[in-house]
Design a protein around this ligand. Sequence first.
Ligand code: SF4
Length: 341
Amino acid sequence: MENSLMADRKSSPAGQAGGQVLEVNDLHVSYYTDAGRADALDGVSLSLNAGEKLGLVGESGSGKSTMALAMMRMIKPPGRIEGGQVIVDGTDLMALSDEEMLKARLSKIAYIPQGAMNSLNPVLRIGAQMMDAVIAHKTPLSKNDIEKRCRESLESVDLDGGVFQMYPHELSGGMKQRVCIAIGILLQPKVIVADEPTSALDVVTQRQVMETLDKVREQLGAAIILIGHDMGLMAQFVDKVAVLYAGQVMELSTVKEMFTDALHPYSEALINSLPNLENKGVFQGIPGLAPALLRLPPGCSFHPRCPKVMDHCRSERPETILQNGRTVSCHLFSQEENQAA
Ligand code: SF4
């Protein structure tokens, strides 16, 4: 039997596949430290349609988690959102009051943080924690309706109704992660941001949890941003991949284009670093270190590690170029470069 949690969304226009539900425009976030200002997100733009799945990848410190927190307006001092828009279903979250943003969390955009399952309160039953999450977001629903919704949400992530009465220590890691997904979808968000949702799980459970996440995404018609560094997992799960480096999107392509014909030298390096038959399953790594945000190199921030570096890469920052529906930020694809070739 279809539960009302999913039925409500299926009947809503926003749930129909295809329409744009997320637009991020020129998002900037900085952290102010004693040593100076670090630009953790430096003009990130992307968009997603209902039902689409985007993977956000990059090395540690590339800005992936900052991006998730900024979209939720959860950046804390010394960090600051300096500018940009995050438009979900026609509403710019950056323009909302704090009270309006509180309501928007869970109902427009939900966040499943890294290690979410460890943040469940050990002394509260799962049902109570779920109901508290709904009440905290100021929903107009009655207590009975909230409980009904919580139970339906558990059912949607393939958990037995009995979980409502259980404590976190009575659940396996995979079940706890499902509870976190169930909390995330309680108010039928249009966008779900999941930060490494399966990193603490074994490979088999990882796959099952990802399948559950995919199922609820499809039922809700929500778009998903999956944050991670596991390109293999991304390849199986997402439609598009955005590669972040030093707070900038270096390339955004479909997963097939990315894996068969990556444009940006950094995307290429990320893919070549994956274990495969040629390198006998050995993890290769990318030469050099990711730059410190406080001391970004001039020009293209990837230039000290780039095997294709040209003279002007060291001084001129590349523009973001749209090429056959893909975006890439690299001088190799600039008009002048192509004309000269
Ligand atoms: Fe390499 Fe230059 Fe492209 Fe940067 S702009 S990725 S340094 S070729």
